[in-house]
Design a protein around this ligand. Structure first.
Ligand SMILES: [Zn+2]
Length: 363
């Protein structure tokens, strides 16, 4: 019996630096687990898998020429979209139903399911990311899920939900594009995308890769045909969002992934390191008062004033109002007018020409 934990789709020819994942793709259970004590019919329902999500993931991966990693087994066996220490990793209850085959799953049983089904799946996702990175690409990860229209008596109004944590690079333009296309969009609905240890946290946030999780209401993708058609609608919307996002970069919004065995870097430490690098840059620029702002602008398109302005904008985002000169003084170490008097030289005709040629708007 083939018990591999995942299904890997690799495109014949690669086009996009993207990776699709589908954690709840399947309602199958390995033979050894029987039906987990449930009647067969239970496996056709949403508690066993995300109806239609696999078909959408397959169609999108094919359309993009991107790899996809799909779960091979039901979420009732082990939930791949949970941290390994999450209490709902092996669900004892779902939508009010007891799962008999999980009810008495002890630590050893959970450990075994982690080894057999959970770890290989996540290793496959990690391997696909590594392959794309090795090829010089920064992949964008899209996770496909679907949700049941009614949950605990509540009729969910959204047609599509976008779940995200702190990295909104793809999620924000994606929601905007979905709305423009006429969808009723849930922003972190019907679930929150901030679960530490979930699939996107693990492979997206911890690696600093752009990502989003898309939840589609199941009645919209209930048949193979509907799912394929839906994927075709989704493709230009994702294209639009990718376009708006711009080139993918590494951007950490959470603690850095730790190399094997090492203590992971927490967010506070990461922020402190970033601040240390900023302080060193500022100290360096103060030391090198011979370097003129206009030369920095001509060469790199930014100068001391820009740094001050960035500082001011970052403060404004947190509701802290700083005067322009107040913020720039943090960079100069003195009032900007004072620095100008002491160190700024009359720009040469050559410098001015270069500046005008670059057509920079700057003051
Ligand atoms: Zn799901």
């Amino acid at each position: 019996m083939d018990e591999s934990a995942f299904e890997l789709l690799t495109p014949a020819t690669r086009h996009a630096a993207m990776l699709f994942v589908c954690d709840h793709a399947s309602n199958a259970v390995p033979k050894a687990y029987g039906t987990l004590g449930l009647e067969e019919g239970a496996f056709a329902a949403h508690i066993a898998y995300d109806i239609g999500a696999a078909e959408v993931a397959r169609a999108l991966a094919a359309a993009y020429g991107a790899p996809a990693v799909l779960a091979r087994w039901s979420r009732l066996l082990i939930d791949l979209n949970r941290g390994a220490d999450d209490p709902t990793l092996v669900m004892k209850l779902s939508d009010g139903r007891i799962i008999p085959g999980n009810r008495h799953a002890d630590d050893a049983e959970v450990e075994q399911r982690l080894d057999l089904f959970y770890c290989p799946y996540h290793a496959a996702v990690a391997e696909q990311i590594a392959k794309l990175r090795d090829a010089g690409a920064i992949p964008t990860i899209v996770s496909m899920h679907s949700f049941t229209p009614v949950w605990k008596g509540f009729k969910r109004p959204w047609e599509v939900g976008v779940l995200w944590d702190k990295d909104g690079r793809l999620a924000r333009p994606l929601m905007a594009a979905l709305k423009r296309a006429g969808f009723i969009v849930g922003d972190n609905e019907p679930y929150k995308g901030e679960l530490e240890g979930d699939c996107m946290y693990r492979h997206g946030s911890l690696n600093g890769l752009p990502h989003a999780l898309i939840e589609i209401r199941q009645d919209l993708i209930a048949t193979q045909d509907a799912a394929v058609k839906f994927a075709a609608r989704l493709k230009p919307i994702i294209d639009e969002a990718l376009q708006a996002m711009g080139p993918a970069t590494i951007q950490y919004t959470r603690a850095l992934a730790a190399p094997n065995g090492a203590t992971p870097m927490d967010e506070k430490t990461r922020t402190e390191l970033e601040a240390a690098a900023f302080r060193r840059l500022v100290a360096h620029l103060r030391e090198r008062s011979d370097v003129q702002n206009i030369d920095l602008m001509n060469l790199a398109g930014f100068c001391r004033n820009c740094l001050g302005d960035w500082y001011r904008e970052a403060a404004a985002e947190k509701g802290i109002a700083l005067e322009k000169d107040q913020a720039r003084e943090i960079v100069y170490g003195m009032p900007p007018s004072e620095w100008k008097k002491r160190y700024q030289k009359e720009a040469s005709a050559e410098q001015k020409a270069a500046f005008d040629k670059a057509n920079k708007t700057h003051n």
